[in-house]
Design a protein around this ligand. Sequence first.
Ligand SMILES: [Cu+2]
Length: 137
Amino acid sequence: WENVTAGEHNLSVQLTNNDHTPVVPLAFETVNVTVGGNATGNETAVTISAQDMAFDTDTITVPAGANVTMTFDNRDAGVPHNVAVYDSPLRSEEIFAGEVVTGPAETTYTFTAPSEPGTYYFQCDIHPSMNGDFIVE
Ligand SMILES: [Cu+2]
């Protein structure tokens, strides 16, 4: 499994007949798993999509220093987009620049958020009018 949220999960299997009724005697097993992050538990997942030349959000918020998993869904057929994070709209410092994908396509970016809380900036590098605040808190 990918993109499993942090926390406790139960995984269960049960043996059944072809019609999905349980075999008798019952045969099943359950395991409890805890999905954690690193020692600080600082994992976060965000999703963003692009459609009709616009992102579906103008704000992305992540914890400071988090290991970010960003699922990006480009729904614009034949149009290349990415998501890139900079220090500010002046883009004097690049924090992360995601690979450009041509829609319809979904991709997963992973990067580390700045350790310093504040309001940063994200945009599509191909279409900088697609942008918003990348908030680190
Ligand atoms: Cu774009």
